[in-house]
Design a protein around this ligand. Sequence first.
Ligand SMILES: Nc1ncnc2c1ncn2[C@@H]1O[C@H](COP(=O)(O)OP(=O)(O)OP(=O)(O)O)[C@@H](O)[C@H]1O
Ligand SMILES: [Mg+2]
Length: 446
Amino acid sequence: MTLRTRVGLAGGAVVFVALAIASVVVYSTVRADLARRLDESLAQTVEQSPAIAVQLKQKIERSGQAIPIDTPVDFGSTLVQFVSGPVYPGSNRAFIDVTKRDADVARGREPAYLQDAVHDGVAYRVLTAQMPGSSSNLVRVARPLSDGVDVLAALAGLLIALTALGGVAAALGARLAARRVLRPVRVLTDAVEHVTATRDLSARVDLTGRDEIGRLGRSFATMMTALDASMHAQRQLVADASHELRTPLTSLTTNLELLAEDDGLRDPEAPVLVRAAIEQAGELRSLVNDLIDLARYGEDTARAEDTRLDLVAATVVGKASSRAGAPRFESALSPCLVHVDPDAIERAVGNLVDNAVKWSPPGGRVVITVADGEFAITDEGPGIPPADVPFVFDRFYRSTQARSMPGSGLGLAIVRRVVETHGGEVAAEPLARGVRMRLRLPVVRD
Ligand SMILES: Nc1ncnc2c1ncn2[C@@H]1O[C@H](COP(=O)(O)OP(=O)(O)OP(=O)(O)O)[C@@H](O)[C@H]1O
Ligand SMILES: [Mg+2]
């Protein structure tokens, strides 16, 4: 059963129950009211009974007919019976038997009373009372109970029809409303089904409402865009990586094939080929390591902890300056706490230091400062041509003059990945001589 139908049924049921309760209340109120009016009209007739008795007497006298006064007479729609006193139980059989209670009522010993009684197959509401103005006469007035029945039956029919119609109308209305309300859900479902069926994340989800479902739709669209971008980036990375891996792999294969030829190993060139093959294997390994780091450090900041940026810089510089042919390092490191993954940030800082070392002229000066969450490194190398600045952080990007140097062009891409994952930023500033790289991270505490 669809959600729409369920909402429709629920709406119909609620309205049906409400109408049914209201109908029962209306019906019983009207019925009680009718019964009260009937009783009131009987009491009124009793009050008028002396006048009625006079009229009846005159009528009998005029007609000359001998009608016993205690025969019940039709007066309008009311039946009136007089029993003249003294009244004894069983003294009259013309209408309803006279009882001991009736005799007491006639003498004023008992109050008037109401009862339902059947006479000649007709059900009556009967009021028995002492005749007003007399001390021993009894009057009985009666009206058929069927008087209000027609009205009540008509009312019941009307209420039942209204209740049923109201329920059906409410169910249809609710179903229609649900259809409108659920339209965005249908749009979302269609979009999800489309993605499931086609794996196409570029599908558009057009939901503009400001309500909860509108928000869900917008979040869904944002999520799809992000997923699409991430899938695209992944595909691009795989494509770039395979392309870059292919070059050293091809040279390596060529060298190994030469060695595998008949006299390859006895060839005097063999040691050169072996050394070249080892170098190419090393290049492959570092490329693969860089790729792994690039993927790993961009994932999340789950391993982040409060880290002293100045101490990380000191460790990296310490290692770099102990290497042979290192440039002259000058550091000014102020204590500064940032919330980062220490391994990742050490790798980023290490890559910047590696570049400075790689590009510094012999005996060149490398200045490193850490303050206020910023790590800056300045070298005196050839610098970066302004036209290259926008691209140096792209993976595998290497400027034309860098192609002769070892390296894969992943170093700065890893730096940007790490820094952006931690909510920081990195920039290259070409100087008159050399370049300054700035890496800025949000500070926890100075
Ligand atoms: N300090 C620098 N001086 C001059 N050029 C630089 C400097 N740092 C980076 N570059 C330029 O930016 C390019 C990208 O740098 P990146 O560190 O990403 O790659 P790489 O150093 O060539 O290789 P890898 O770091 O992966 O071994 C370099 O090839 C170079 O052209
Ligand atoms: Mg580098």
